[in-house]
Structure formats: C-alpha cells, structure tokens
Design a protein around this ligand. Structure first.
Ligand code: GTP
Ligand code: MG
Length: 193
C-alpha cells in the first residue's frame, strides 16, 4: 500500500510565472465542485490541507503543494462557475490555460470528472483542449461513493465511452471513502521517476 503523500502547502499564485521552481509537477483540473481540493486532502490523508467547500469557486488561485521526494501538486481553480462575473471568469480561464501550456515541469494533468454526474460539455471541452495540445492526461472520476452499487458498472462504461477512452484508463476515486486513492497515489508516485 502506498503511504499518504507528504504534501505541504507552499504558496498560492495568480500566475504561473510566480510559482516556485519544481522538478516535476501534477495539476488537478476540473469543474468547480468536482472535488479537486478534497482529492488532494485524501492523497495526503489530511483533512484541511486544501480548502474544501460546498460553495463552488472556493479555490481561486494556483495553490502549490510540495513533497520531498515526489512531484509538486497544484490545485487549480475550477472552471464553469457561472456566478463569477464575466471579466473575472476570463482572467481565471487565462490563468489556468497559461499555466497548463507554459509550465515546463508539468508532467501530468489529472482531469477530474464528477462520477455521479458524468462528463459535462465543459469537461469534454477541457479534454479536447488538453488533447489538442498533447498534454499528458489522467482522467479521474470522483465521488465514487455517490454512485449506487447497481449503477456503478454501467456508469463506468458510460463515462469512459463519453470521454473516448478505455474503462481501464479512468481512475475512479472517493475522497470520502478512500476508494481508489491508493491507485492514484501509485500513478503520482511514478511521475518524474
Ligand atoms: P472548487 O475549489 O470550487 O473548484 O471545488 P473543488 O473541485 O476543489 O471541490 P471540493 O474539494 O471543494 O469539494 C466540493 C464538494 O464536494 C464538497 O462539499 C465536498 O465535501 C464534496 N466532495 C468531494 N469529494 C467527494 C467524495 O468523494 N464524495 C462525496 N460524497 N463528496 C465529495
Ligand atoms: Mg477547490
């Protein structure tokens, strides 16, 4: 069993140009409220390392978490939060896109999809955008615990098909119950090795 990731919060930034240097980096990307911050807490087995909230749009900066012998993890603001004014929305979008395209140490982009809801239009758009730029991606389906027992098999097939990947390409997790967290720790462990 892989141990919890010894992640430590280092800083927040509004631009990738303000980030501390890193050797290897993993980004958590996804719709607002999909569970990015909760996942970082689960990976570290800590409750309040990253801010979790019922209010979408809680994470508004690039939040950097370092560990001694593994990749830096970056918690990004969620996309698709309708209540943000347009001008601000565009600024967020640019912040995320610039980071994803310009950060040299970025080695893996975890694209989180809500397992209960399935990929939305925005998620598919994000996937296509990432593929278009040939970013290395890992699809992570969140909130496994919210999908009822009898529906899970069908939901796994459906989610993978909609994302255009094999079922085995999707890492299903529950930050609440701990499902799949070991698998994702293993995936992150290999980054930069
Ligand atoms: P933003 O910072 O707004 O982009 O959101 P986020 O993607 O960081 O989501 P966050 O981790 O703050 O979680 C949003 C909500 O989903 C919170 O109420 C969490 O408790 C809940 N949540 C996250 N992961 C899980 C999970 O695995 N299971 C269940 N049942 N709820 C979850
Ligand atoms: Mg967050």
């Amino acid at each position: 069993m892989p141990p919890p990731l010894p992640l430590k919060f280092v800083s927040s930034a509004t631009s990738y140009t303000d980030l501390p240097p890193s050797r290897a980096e993993v980004a958590m990307v996804g719709r607002s409220n999909v569970g990015k911050s909760s996942l970082i807490n689960a990976l570290a087995n800590r409750k309040q390392l990253a801010h979790v909230s019922n209010t979408p749009g809680r994470t508004q900066l690039l939040n950097i978490f370092e560990q001694p012998n593994g990749p830096t993890v970056v918690d990004l603001p969620g996309y698709g939060y309708a209540k943000v004014p347009h001008a601000l929305h565009d600024t967020w979008q640019a912040m995320i896109e610039d980071y994803l395209l310009e950060r040299e140490s970025l080695q893996l982009v975890c694209i989180l999809i809500d397992g209960e809801i399935g990929p939305t239009k925005l998620d598919i758009g994000m996937l296509e955008w990432a593929r278009n730029y040939e970013l290395p991606i890992q699809i992570v389906a969140t909130k496994h615990d919210k999908v009822g027992g009898s529906r899970i098999g069908h939901r796994k097939e459906e989610l993978a098909a909609k994302c255009g990947v094999e079922m085995s390409d999707v890492c299903w997790v529950s930050s609440e119950k701990g499902t799949g967290i070991d698998d994702l720790r293993m995936i992150l462990h290999r980054v930069g090795k």
